[in-house]
Design a binder for this molecule. Structure first.
Ligand code: GDP
Ligand code: MG
Length: 357
């Protein structure tokens, strides 16, 4: 159960592939019960290349109006309809300090849209986004933005991308490159087409009746409603009254809203929801799941914290070992008996020789 796009070339100098937890959990689901779900798309790219403008343009042109009368809530994710098909968009923070979060953005997505300004070309964060996308084994579509600019140089950018192994399909490669202008709102239909086309070839499934879990997109403490958390449901059907646990925070869902701010009672796979009722602000990117009761949730959290404390205690004894080494080196101790354990064959030898030095 993997979405392994053809454009990932092995043996290249790239980050280590890390299968996200939610994908691992999906493998435990009954294959018979898996159903297609809407693709989840993250938009990545260099600062100022137009991510936010593009997300807003897509939202403006095709967002599904909610019952609340289309009052768009900025909950960090939204859904649109294109030719009767639903697409979920994630809004990941663009600031340079959020590298880790952008990496998680790629991990939660089925498809990454890499925004590259046609007048500026490949920049450091473009390269970083490519690395994250490859590491997460997610398919990529390039949106060549700012095509309305006089100095747009699409062929130059295509060459830069090709040099990085991202070869445009019109140059006999595997990557769809869509020229767009986020400000002029041109090329957006082609971009939606491309997303649906790429989705068809991917295994985008979930079990709506299965274990309930997903990823925290963002969360904040509000004055009026307490903790509000945006959750992307990745499996199962989340309902008001469910007890959610995410990291060290937990609580029963008191109310649930869709991306338009409309109150809803339940939501299935690929739907981003905003929930009220958690006792603490969970971290973005954290996996959430549902447990039977708040009592069980608290026990799980306590257990986790105990484990962390135990690990810290172990670190303390490691420090003691260092002191022991220091005493040996200072001649205070003459003999040091060690038991060395290694989990990989062949890794023991170099350790023994380094200890003897
Ligand atoms: P982000 O940092 O990637 O989110 O970039 P923004 O969406 O904030 O856009 C950065 C600047 O580029 C803003 O001034 C936008 O108005 C401008 N911009 C974005 N898309 C386009 C476009 O298609 N054409 C032109 N001419 N300007 C654009
Ligand atoms: Mg932005």
């Amino acid at each position: 159960f993997e979405a392994v796009p053809s454009q990932i070339e092995e043996g290249e100098d790239q980050e280590q592939v890390e299968i996200p937890l939610w994908r691992q959990k999906l493998e435990e689901e009954d294959e018979e019960q898996l159903e297609r779900r809407p693709p989840v798309v993250a938009i990545l790219g260099h600062v100022d290349h137009g991510k936010t403008t593009l997300l807003d343009a897509i939202r403006d042109t095709s967002v599904v109006d909610g019952e609340a009368g289309g009052i768009t809530q900025h909950i960090g994710a939204y859904q649109i309809q294109h030719e009767g098909k639903t697409i979920t968009f994630l809004d990941t923070p663009g600031h340079a300090a959020f590298t880790a979060m952008r990496a998680r953005g790629a991990q939660g997505a089925d498809i990454v849209i890499l925004v590259v300004a046609a007048d500026d070309g490949v920049m450091p964060q473009t390269e970083e986004a490519i690395a994250h996308t490859r590491a997460a084994q997610v398919s990529m579509i390039v949106a060549l933005n700012k095509m309305d600019r006089d100095n747009a140089a699409p062929d130059k950018v295509k060459q830069q991308l090709s040099d990085m192994g991202i070869v445009p399909d019109d140059w006999d490669g595997d990557t769809i490159i869509v020229p767009v202008s986020a400000t002029e709102k041109t090329g957006l239909d082609d971009l939606m087409e491309a997303i649906l086309l790429v989705s068809e070839d991917l295994e985008i499934f979930a079990n709506p009746e299965g274990e309930k879990f997903g990823t925290v997109i963002e969360a904040e403490l509000t004055k009026a409603r307490g903790v509000m958390a945006t959750l992307l449901i990745q499996n199962g059907t989340l309902k008001v009254g469910d007890t959610v646990i995410a990291g060290n925070s937990c609580g029963r869902i008191k109310a649930m809203f869709d991306h338009t701010g409309a109150k809803i009672k339940e939501a299935g796979p690929s739907v981003p929801v905003s929930v009220m009722g958690l006792d603490d602000v969970p971290k973005a990117g954290e996996l959430f799941n549902v447990v039977e009761s708040e009592k069980i949730a608290r026990e799980i959290i306590e257990e986790k914290q105990l484990k962390i404390e135990r690990n810290e205690a172990e670190l303390d004894s490691a420090a003691n070992l260092e002191q022991l080494f220091a005493r040996v080196q200072a001649g205070e101790e003459e003999e040091l008996r060690l038991i060395l354990k290694a989990d990989v064959q062949g890794s023991l030898e170099p350790i023994i020789s380094s200890v003897q030095d």
